[in-house]
Design a protein around this ligand. Structure first.
Ligand code: NAD
Length: 678
């Protein structure tokens, strides 16, 4: 695992622990052993530390953080490097992140391959660097930069890292040789703990810290990280190291750190399915049908991932509108400098438009994103079936329609699946990969591999109305409507849920996405609705008053110059709805709002888990965090529910059940939560 050889007075220590040389206990032990041996070997002038395989140490072994850490811990290894009388250089390729980068900060010199990245992203795991990172980094970059890099959990590319001092040199050739040359040139120890912290303007740094913490949503890990970095300037190095370590030992076992680690592992599991092996993606030509909101975003995501994409619309006018939409996406990224003009030309070069379906005849995969209408989609798929190659994969971006019913019109139902993107499709991380009854494992594997190539978080869902995410979200939204009919205001509900950490409140979300489509759907299905089920007609009343959301200038709120504000008209509508339903409004506090809305999420999750719509409880946490703005630091709704104080969950579920009334279906929440690994 750790080996070292001596050549011409230089000891080269190699870390070889596939796949990513994670800084596990065995790696730390091996390193300590190597440094102890080197210390006892005569005639060595310097040491180079390098990773075998594709990377340096890409991070720590995250599994270790939940339990007592076994010796030697990382600070002990770093102390051994600093105690050596000869200089030690880190030769970095791939990634040196977290504990991996902290190890290099214990060295006297850092040389990185031009494509390498370095950083201290512990804050994104609910922790902060605990092996001297908060004390050594500011000595290289200055306090302000160190706060920014650590609180923002940034992976800094070598070019920038050199500029801000995180590394000392870049190698464009043989990394090991270049590092040896640089090491000989240094020819002495350069312990960062003995270097001064560059002088800084306190007011300016406080301002940087405030912004960095705000960007990290004020989470405790970021707050403490900023304080620790600031401490580097006024405490003796040794004392500051001890304070950092003690704080780290506490935060790594904090509830938030456990919750985020749960998600970290849940995300990796979600894109795998036990019965399906990973596959190598061989798709080249892709096609998207329909270039509306979703189709344009999907096509853009595919282009960005390197595919050639044909976009098909119906008729010249719709085609022109689709072209304009894609142009809009390109222009926005050009404006925001997320895209260079050269790259934009490349993307345009791989993009083709047609108003004739035969343009997809040579496509390896076709994604349809036409109107959400069973008849329209069936007609399109039937035509497609006759045009595409026999082994082409056909996917639907439907939000709610029955994937198995759609599959029936295709000659190869086994090559059909749902790829449910979220809006805006080129930005939102979540991709529900929907498995129909006939979808073959090979087709599913391609869907999952495509998600990976697009940089999306895949979650496998079964065919159910709304799949995983929309089905749960609908339960949540319905309960938020019960709340306003019972006495809360839309403002109070939104405020209570954003205070909990939701990215937006449910009513602000509804206004943003529009009330009209759901309204039409409710009208179309009114005859089949259970007459005993509680039905809140406030959204209908809003639509009938022409308030279909932001796009009409008003919904649950009014929008004056794009700014959201309360609207007395909405209170009147709510009052009328309550009166007609015979409900005497009562005051509802934030705790009850949170309990009922989140109780609805947890109950619906338990129901669909039992039905097999989601394959694991942790997949539900991933779905809600990546697609619906559920706060990451809670670990997702099920992890959150599993860690509520005794009695609180039962109380929340009881309140949720009561709000819904006789038709409430209780899920087996206990069984669902049991599935979560501790
Ligand atoms: P949209 O109305 O913006 O776009 C649909 C496009 O399809 C239109 O441009 C239309 O001209 C085109 N079209 C219709 N029939 C066609 C045909 N036969 N051939 C070629 N083009 C055709 O709708 P959207 O919001 O982009 O939704 C598309 C699909 O994506 C729907 O199934 C919807 O449920 C789903 N979806 C939407 C969202 C969302 O937030 N809007 C999110 C996830 C999934």
């Amino acid at each position: 695992m750790i080996t070292w050889v001596q050549t011409e007075g230089i000891a080269v220590v190699t870390i070889d622990s596939p796949p990513v040389n994670a800084g596990s206990h065995a790696v730390r032990q091996g390193l300590l052993q190597a440094f102890t041996e080197i210390a006892a070997t005569p005639d060595i002038e310097g040491v180079v530390l390098i990773g075998a395989g594709k990377t340096f140490i890409a991070g720590s072994d995250i599994k270790e953080f939940g339990a007592p850490l076994s010796e030697p811990q990382l600070p002990t290894v770093i102390a051994a490097i600093e105690a050596l009388p000869i200089p030690v250089a880190a030769a970095i390729h791939g990634a040196a992140l977290g504990g991996g980068y902290e190890l290099t900060l214990g060295c006297d010199l850092r040389v990185a391959d031009r494509k390498a990245v370095v950083g201290l992203p512990e804050v994104s795991l609910g922790m902060f660097p605990g092996a001297g990172g908060t004390q050594r980094l500011p000595r290289l970059t200055g306090v302000a930069k160190a706060i920014e890099v650590i609180c923002d959990a940034r992976r800094v590319p070598a070019g920038e890292a050199l500029k801000i001092g995180m590394i000392d040199a870049i190698s464009d050739g043989d990394l090991l040789q270049d590092t040896i040359v640089a090491l000989r040139k240094l020819g002495r120890k350069r312990r960062l703990g003995e270097e001064p912290v560059p002088a800084f303007d306190v007011a300016q740094v406080k301002d940087v810290a405030k912004k960095a913490v705000a960007k990290a949503k004020g989470r405790p890990a970021a707050v403490q990280a900023a304080d620790l970095v600031l401490m580097a300037s006024d405490k003796a190095f040794g004392e500051a190291l001890a304070i950092e370590r003690a704080a780290f030992q506490e935060i790594r076992v904090s509830p938030e750190a456990f919750a985020i680690r749960h998600l970290f592992f849940a995300e990796r599991k979600a894109s795998k399915i036990d019965t399906v092996a990973d596959t190598k993606l061989t798709l080249e030509r892709l096609a998207v049908i329909g270039a509306g909101t979703m189709g344009a975003g999907i096509a853009y995501a595919l282009l960005n991932a390197g595919f050639a994409v044909s976009v098909v619309e119906q008729g010249q006018d719709a085609l022109a509108a689709g072209k304009a939409r894609l142009d809009g996406l390109l222009s926005m990224d050009l404006e925001r400098k997320r895209l260079t003009p050269e790259r934009a030309d490349q993307l345009r070069g791989r993009l083709a438009f047609a108003d004739d379906l035969t343009a997809v005849a040579s496509a390896d995969l076709v994604i349809e994103a036409v109107f959400e209408d069973m008849a329209v989609k069936k007609q399109l798929l039937a035509r497609l079936g006759a045009i595409v190659k026999p082994d082409a994969i056909v996917a639907t971006n439907t939000s709610y329609l029955d994937v198995d019913e759609l599959a029936q019109v295709l000659p190869r139902a086994d090559r059909f699946l749902g790829l449910h993107f979220f809006s805006p499709a080129h930005i939102m991380k979540l991709l529900e990969v929907v498995r129909g009854k006939a979808t073959s494992p090979a087709t599913l594997a391609i869907g999952l591999a495509l998600a990976k190539r697009l940089g999306k978080q895949a979650v496998v869902a079964g065919n159910a109305h709304g799949f995983i995410g929309n089905r749960i979200y609908n339960a949540y939204r319905r309960h938020s409507e019960f709340l306003i009919q019972d006495g809360a205001t839309p403002e109070a509900v939104d405020r209570a849920l954003t205070a909990f950490g939701m990215a937006m409140g449910p009513f602000a979300v509804t206004d943003l996405s529009g009330l009209d489509i759901a309204y039409r759907m409710r009208k179309a299905t009114a005859a089949t609705r259970d007459p005993k089920a509680r039905y809140v007609d406030i959204a209908d009343r809003l639509c009938e008053a022409g308030r279909v959301g932001r796009k009409s200038g008003a919904g649950y709120y009014q929008y004056v110059d794009g700014k959201q504000a309360s609207d007395p008209v909405v209170s009147d509508i709510i009052t009328a709805s309550r009166a007609e339903a015979g409900i005497a409004p009562r005051s509802i506090d934030d705790d009850e709002i949170r309990a009922r809305c989140l109780g609805a999420i947890v109950n619906e999750a338990a129901l669909l888990l039992a039905e097999g719509v989601a394959q694991r409880a942790s997949d539900i946490d991933v779905t809600l965090v990546h697609g619906y703005g559920f706060p990451r630091w809670t670990g997702g709704p099920l992890w959150w529910a599993a860690h509520l104080p005794q009695g609180e969950l039962a109380d929340a579920l009881e309140k949720t059940a009561k709000a819904e009334g006789a038709t409430f279906r209780a899920g087996d929440v206990t069984a669902a939560l049991k599935q979560l690994e501790p």
